[in-house]
Write a protein that binds this ligand. Sequence first.
Ligand SMILES: NC(=O)c1ccc[n+]([C@@H]2O[C@H](COP(=O)([O-])OP(=O)(O)OC[C@H]3O[C@@H](n4cnc5c(N)ncnc54)[C@H](OP(=O)(O)O)[C@@H]3O)[C@@H](O)[C@H]2O)c1
Length: 245
Amino acid sequence: MGKSALVTGASRGIGLGIATRLAALGYSLTVTARDEARLDATAVALRAAGAPEVNAVAGELSDDRCLAQLTERHQDRFGAMSALVLNAGVGTAGPVAEFPMRRFDKTLDVNLRAPFMLLQQSLPLLRRGAAADPGRGAKVIALASITGVYAEHGLAVYGATKAALISLVQTLNAEESGNGVCATAISPAYVDTDMSAWKHGQIAPEQMLAVGDVVEMAEALLRLSARAVVPNIVMTRSGTDGLRA
Ligand SMILES: NC(=O)c1ccc[n+]([C@@H]2O[C@H](COP(=O)([O-])OP(=O)(O)OC[C@H]3O[C@@H](n4cnc5c(N)ncnc54)[C@H](OP(=O)(O)O)[C@@H]3O)[C@@H](O)[C@H]2O)c1
């Protein structure tokens, strides 16, 4: 059985960077995002980058049927999972005083409910992946944010979902690291992707973290032995006090 990974939000930004590195490392992949045409083009590129097999499953992560289909398709094709990359997320800014509840619900659905469900559904596959490679185990990598660690003006709801994700990862380690399934939250400040483009008026793209910086952290986690648990990696931007996104 070869190595395999499931990556959400794999068609752009950080998810595409991590999926491309996984492909080069020889992982077979299940990848997902909403835009089917872009995802299909991504799958072709990932095969060219070295992934032996790529399963592209387009869908909306706030739809439970889409989540169930994702893990089913991964199980049918690969039978186990070496890594789960919970990357997709939405960023919505707005003050607590005025934040609309519809946006609150949507943000929680995509940033917290979907990762939790995917994690729950993937656990049997991850345990199988860990049993097949006991030295390395199986890895979960969740893209949180520095706003889940330090409060950021205007990002209360987004930050709350990311703080919850950091907490979820820690409890998962308490419950599952003994089975070889180890999880890490990566909590970066602004990374230069589509998601952070709205901030260019205040922070130039070259002052943001590069996607490649996050990819290096992800690969390092994949190389760790099953004996090591890293709960959270906070990545700050040079030139800042380290507490700001
Ligand atoms: N960029 C930053 O400054 C930054 C900083 C800290 C943490 N993060 C976190 O890092 C992760 C990746 O961010 P990014 O900057 O790479 O984002 P991005 O460039 O906006 O890419 C997001 C990816 O997720 C997919 N996606 C978005 N909403 C989805 C939905 N509802 N259902 C299914 N797929 C969806 C997108 O494809 P489709 O649009 O086709 O669905 C795309 O592939 C997120 O969790 C984000 O919160 C980002």
